[in-house]
Design a binder for this molecule. Sequence first.
Ligand code: GAL
Length: 746
Amino acid sequence: MISGYRKRFTAPAEWKGKHLELTFGGAAHEAMVYVNGAKAMTHACGYTAFSIDLTDRLRYGEENLIAVRLDSCESLNIPPFGHVIDYMTYGGLYREVFLVVTERARFADVFLRTEGSADAPELVTSLETENPDGRDLRVRQQVLDGESVLFSCETPLAEQLRLDVPGVTLWSPDCPKLYTVCTELADAASGKILDRVDIRFGFRFAEFRADGFYLNGEKLKIVGLNRHQSYPYAGYAMPASMQAFDARILKEELALNAVRTSHYPQSHAFLDACDELGLLVFTEIPGWQNIGDAAWQDQAVRNTEEMVTQYRNHPSIILWGVRVNESQDNDGLYARTNSAAHRLDPSRQTGGVRYLKKSSLLEDVYTYNDFLHSGDNPGCDPKRAVTSDMAKGYLVTEYCGHMYPTKPYDDEEQRTNHMLRHAKVLNDIAKESDIAGSLGWCLFDYNTHKDFGSGDRICYHGVTDMFRNAKLAAAVYAVQGKDTILEVSSSMDIGEHPASNRGAVWIVSNADSVRMYKNGRLLKEYFPQDSPYKHLAHGPVMADDFIGNALEENEGFRPKQAEAAKKILNYVALHGQDRLPPAILAQAAKCVALYGMKPDDAVTLYQKYVGDWGGAATEYRFEAMKDGKVVKTVVKSPAKKVLLDVRVSSVELTERATYDVSAVRIRAIDENGSVLPFFSEPLFFETEGPIELIGPHAASLKGGMGGTYVKTLRGKTGEASLTIRSLQAEPVTVRFTVTDGRKAQL
Ligand code: GAL
């Protein structure tokens, strides 16, 4: 649509003689800005910021009117438009807008990068300075660790500063150490500070080589996911806290070390969080498969320039994507985008995501969406089958996704296979030592255009749902982290499976071992080395014994007899009794011939030990063991209760540049804490105090999971609460405190 925004404000008289710059963080997708009725500028691209010099356009001491006409029509002749797109391109002014008032002599840009070597790092700064009055200026720079000044220099105004920074802690995912680099512009005669730019910066060396990715000289496998910047109900418009929340999920809940900002530059708040938390970022120009005409291509080049100049101070960014995602080769265009990125940032390599093998490679790294894996074949292609230049680095930028869309309310088999596909790709990429790593498709389910998704305009490609509730597949990522994870793929209800077979039960854990019990009887202890995913430190392990020593103890079977009967029962549990393979038939023959058993015995044993019919409810208990102690327990038994498990991103809401938001994630769980994947009943939300909902007052859980968002109300502070009611579970109330952080910010 075409929309309009207006802001009236008084420019104080004392601003006269200063420099005033108004910056729009994100205006989707073409903005025309009017200042006091006169057109001031047009900016195309919904994913990069732009600034307007208001110095000579404002009326000082009087009221001024800024108006924006925003075109978010998909008919615009700019990226990503022109053909189809597998994601929504929400419109609006969806990032912060801010006015910066400085002296006329000022820094127009400060660009920091690390040079030298890991042993002798050097901070290199490129400065662009405005000095309209031709003043005699000096520059000072300090590198601070908290309050302490570690390094400093001072020179007459220069375009470049070089500062040795020996002994700094290098930034990495394990140790995302950030320093503050403070650069000041001073009047040479009086020493008065005219401008000051503080940048949080991490010193690091990132390089894709032929045999992998190196950070600070050490080889590091990239393991990450793709992230869109969309949210239920709000589209793109979410404040800094919500941007950071996604980074926390990637790092803290999924234990990843990387993310791709598919398919456009994302909020600085997200990148700031990646800097802080230690996530390596691959960021790319907007677009999806299609390349437009000459004007469109010129815009793609401008987008590259804006992306690089606006984001290059983030230490987390390790690679620029200078091709439109999955577009065809176009050497004319991509020579321009590639050289623009190198010209504006000599410190980073370039890539450009394709689904093409052996395509024209102008960039430094071959970045490829490898959708080879379809369930029963290798997880990825080897590097040599894909890249056109073995001497350059190679990174897998997508896998899974549309190959196996999975809803949280799909049946257990589907959800389990979804998890195993992710495990298989991760495993096979881990095996390929010359693949720098991978970024899977994708972090969460997302709204999309009619041409994609499941008919409801949703791509169920995430390892979490839209509210960022983990699906089963999330466990194969989380388990690679430090928190103790114990996840069991099955609810242990045989009726959920075709022909009431038990189906495969997978255990995902990073404990030393996992003990599986049935009604208190130990069935088997599983170890990491039991996993078929040999290249993962903690690959999923399949439970293959549902009997343990019960046949000896309960039925008085001799050891050999028990062994034979167990083989049959465990086979039948998994695959059913039709078409038994020769090896199992041989065991059956043995039972009849040697131990005098009858076919009817098999039925009785099956019902007792596999089917779990009748009698008291069966309880399966899984205990994760570390250093001989139980560190986590999962219990699976028929659910008796429904409880609401509510987790919020924060109970402290603080208004700063905009309203603040808290994400509320809700799951229906049973008394053992297991998600109830088929609990789809409605929830009702009520707020009290200075917050309101983003989205409806009622929503159904899907796959036992759902959520909502609460936001602050401009200028209102105090205690607030959200109550969530359902038809069956006890209501849950979450209390929030809303404060005004605007004064603190000033
Ligand atoms: C890729 C594309 C992504 C998404 C994904 C689904 O081809 O780059 O944007 O559509 O497929 O798996």
